[in-house]
Design a protein. Structure first.
Length: 265
C-alpha cells in the first residue's frame, strides 16, 4: 500500500531520557510531554529489568521542555509512571514556577541531577589522571584509551580502596575520587565513584562511575556479571549486554552518549 501523502515521519527518539545517578535513583528528563508514550517507555524499562526498575525511585525533570506542564497534566504523568511500575519521588530543580509546581504536587525539589545534565551538555569535566586497568592479558584490539588527564573530578585526594567484598544491600561511594574494590561486588550491592571504578573480583551488582557527571570516568572489572553499569548517568542493564561479555574482564567507557563495553583479554 502506498504511503499516504504528508504522513509524519516516525519518531524514534524517546519521549523521556532516563539517567541513573547516585544511590541508584533515576532521573527522567521529559523531552516530549506525551503521558501515554512516557508511561509505555517506563513500562518497557521495568519489564526488561524488573529487579532494577520495579518500584524504582525516579526524579522528574521538566527542564527539557519549552514550558512547564500544568498541575493536572503533571499529576496524570506521575500516576501513569506509578502504574508503569516506577515511583516518582521528586522534581528536579528549576525556576520559581517549577518550585510552585512541586508544591502543588506535594513533591520535594532536588537540584543535583539538573547540575549533572548541565555539566554533561556543555561543560568539560575537570581533568584526572588516566586510570590503569586491573592486570589482564593484553587485548588484541583494545578499545581506545582515554587521554591522559581524563579521570579525576574534584580534589578528593587518593582513591578509595575497598579491601573486603561488597555484599547485597551494601553501598560504597568514593566522593571526588576513584574507587578500587579488591574483592567481589555481590548481586544487590552498589559501588559508586565520582571518578573511575576498578574491581579486581566479580561484579554482580551495580557500578556507577562519574556519578557527578564526569563523562571521562571508566569502569574496569575482572569478571563481568553486572546488574547495571553507568558512566555519567548513561547506563546499561544486564539484559542489554551481549552474552559473550559475561564473565569476562571488561572495561566500560562513554563516547558521546554511547556507553561501550569491551573485553580486556
Amino acid at each position: 500500500m502506498a504511503k499516504a501523502q504528508g504522513a509524519p515521519a516516525p519518531d524514534f527518539e524517546p519521549a523521556g531520557e532516563l539517567k541513573i545517578g547516585q544511590v541508584g535513583i533515576a532521573n527522567l528528563r521529559i523531552r516530549t510531554l506525551d503521558v501515554g508514550r512516557l508511561a509505555a517507555e517506563m513500562r518497557d524499562r521495568v519489564q526488561r529489568a524488573p529487579k532494577l526498575f520495579a518500584r524504582g525511585a525516579v526524579i522528574i525533570d521538566f527542564g527539557g521542555l519549552p514550558a512547564l506542564p500544568d498541575a493536572a497534566t503533571a499529576r496524570a504523568l506521575l500516576e501513569a509512571l506509578r502504574e508503569a511500575g516506577a515511583l516518582p519521588v521528586a522534581l528536579a530543580w528549576g525556576n520559581s514556577e517549577n518550585e510552585q509546581l512541586a508544591v502543588e504536587l506535594g513533591l520535594p525539589l532536588l537540584a543535583r541531577f539538573r547540575a549533572q545534565y548541565e555539566s554533561s551538555a556543555g561543560a568539560t569535566a575537570p581533568a584526572m589522571p588516566d586510570p590503569a586497568p586491573p592486570p589482564a592479558a593484553p587485548a588484541a584490539t583494545e578499545p581506545p584509551r582515554a587521554a591522559a588527564g581524563a579521570s579525576r573530578q574534584g580534589s578528593g585526594g587518593p582513591g578509595l580502596i575497598q579491601a573486603s567484598a561488597v555484599r547485597s544491600g551494601q553501598q560504597v561511594y568514593a566522593e571526588n575520587r576513584d574507587l578500587t574494590v579488591l574483592a567481589a561486588v555481590g548481586a544487590g550491592a552498589e559501588v559508586i565513584a565520582d571518578g573511575s571504578i576498578h574491581i579486581y573480583g566479580a561484579l554482580r551488582g551495580r557500578a556507577l562511575a562519574g556519578a557527578q557527571g564526569n563523562a571521562r570516568a571508566r569502569i574496569f572489572c575482572r569478571e563481568f556479571h553486572a546488574e547495571l553499569v553507568a558512566v555519567a548517568g548513561h547506563y546499561k542493564v544486564l539484559e542489554e549486554i551481549p552474552a559473550e561479555l559475561r564473565g569476562k574482564a571488561v572495561q566500560v567507557w562513554l563516547e558521546g552518549d554511547q556507553l561501550n563495553i569491551a573485553t580486556l583479554d
